[in-house]
Design a protein around this ligand. Sequence first.
Ligand code: ZN
Length: 311
Amino acid sequence: MNKEILFLEPVFKQMIWGGNKLRTDFGYDIPGDNTGECWAISSHPNGDCIVSEGAYKGMHLSELWNKHRELFGNAEGDRFPLLIKIIDAKQDLSIQVHPDDEYAKVHENGSLGKTECWYVLDCEENTSIVIGHNAKDKQELEAMIHGERWGEFIREVPVHKGDFFQINPGCLHAIKGGTLILETQQNSDITYRVYDYDRLQNGKPRELHVRQSIDIIKVPFEAYEGERRVVREENIIIEKLVDCNYYAVDKIDVFGKAVMEQNHKFVNVSVIDGNGSINGIKIYKGRHFTIPAEYGIIELDGKMSFIASYI
Ligand code: ZN
């Protein structure tokens, strides 16, 4: 088994709400000035990342998952379980909700549901984010949605750089314009749009999924009360952002030489700031990679920040 770090080529997606920060902030060669998403670590058929160097150069992440499961600690499942994105919202994203595994399996052709979480990389002043709603029961929820009482219905909270949000299935949510986010999610692309601000794409409104949304939105809304736990070791601070059924996510800050051990099935890493090296290999902001199973000791050097995820 070849235990080398799997560096991945991101896939970019243009979106009606996207901007150009993936170029101006991250230095990527993006396809246009409305690039909304960078699929950084993904094996999803809508954006399957390619390994950019080493023994597996040119192979898709999905192919590695299928043919070299040992790299992922022989983890179970018919697909790589996570999807890591950077999202540049120049404008507001639609108000949406995702199903859980059970609902998606029945209604979406065996797809996985979607639990996701957001680490706010940056945002403009006075930006907010939509998390939850104000309906007290299912009846009021339906009345508010059918009556298009959006101002009353939608719950908005202020957002700041470094904030973290866990979005469980059934939680109404939307990223608003002026926000740059790193998203860690289950490997699924199932989104139900409740409201899209009556916007047009190529002259037509995007499809809404009002019935499915009403089916799955949890009423009343309950805020996620996770705790951010901090672990300090020499030249490194590890902040545990979440540990749920589908993933654990850490924010890691490195200041000089630091040592970690890879003792998970695999670890996805996104460099979100600074630069340095990992076991002598140069890394810098915007690099994304997966550290395979049984990799062992990781030697870091530099001043840099990561978001890391594992199962
Ligand atoms: Zn979402």
